[in-house]
Design a protein around this ligand. Structure first.
Ligand code: GTP
Ligand code: MG
Length: 138
C-alpha cells in the first residue's frame, strides 16, 4: 500500500469544491488518511515548490498558493501516486481527460485545483513537509 501527498489548491477551496474533489479520490479507491486546512505563507509555499525555482512561473505559483487557504491531505491506496495523478488529469486542463479533476474543475494551467506528488521519494518528502508522525494513523 502506498501513500501520496495531495493539495487542494486555493482556486478550488475558494469555490467550495473540497467535497466534490474528495469524492473523486474516494471513488477511485484512494483513502484520505490525513487532512487539514492551512494557509501557507509565501515563504512556506516557496519552500514547498523550491524544485521549480528556475521556472518562469515560479513567482506566480508561489503567490497563488499563498493567496488563500489550501487543504493538504495524505491519500493511501494501491499505486496511490500514479492513481492520484490519473484522477487529477493533465497539468493543463485543456489537455486533461474527461472525468478528471482538472478537466472538471481547473481554471487554467496555473489555477489547476490540485497538486499530487510525482514519485515515491517526493511523496515521502512532501508528506513529511506537512504532517507529523502523530497525525498519520494506519
Ligand atoms: P503538480 O501536481 O502541481 O506538481 O502538477 P504537475 O506535476 O502536473 O505540474 P508541474 O510539476 O510541471 O508544475 C507544478 C505546478 O506549477 C502546476 O500544477 C501549476 O499549478 C504550475 N504551473 C505549471 N506550468 C505552469 C505555467 O505554464 N504557468 C503557470 N502560471 N503555472 C504553471
Ligand atoms: Mg509536479
Amino acid at each position: 500500500i502506498e501513500r501520496t501527498l495531495s493539495i487542494i489548491k486555493p482556486d478550488a477551496t475558494r469555490r467550495n469544491l473540497t467535497g466534490k474533489i474528495n469524492a473523486k479520490f474516494e471513488d477511485a479507491g484512494l483513502r484520505i488518511v490525513a487532512q487539514k486546512r492551512i494557509h501557507l505563507s509565501p515563504a512556506q509555499a516557496g519552500q514547498f515548490y523550491a524544485v521549480h525555482k528556475e521556472r518562469p512561473f515560479y513567482g506566480e505559483l508561489v503567490e497563488f498558493m499563498a493567496s488563500e487557504p489550501v487543504v493538504v491531505q495524505v491519500l493511501e491506496g494501491e499505486n496511490a501516486i500514479a492513481k492520484n495523478r490519473e484522477v487529477m488529469g493533465a497539468t493543463n486542463p485543456a489537455n486533461a481527460d474527461a472525468g478528471t479533476i482538472r478537466k472538471e474543475f481547473a481554471l487554467s494551467v496555473g489555477e489547476n485545483s490540485v497538486h499530487g506528488s510525482d514519485a515515491a521519494e517526493t511523496a515521502k518528502e512532501e508528506i513529511a513537509f506537512f504532517f507529523s508522525g502523530l497525525e498519520l494513523v494506519g
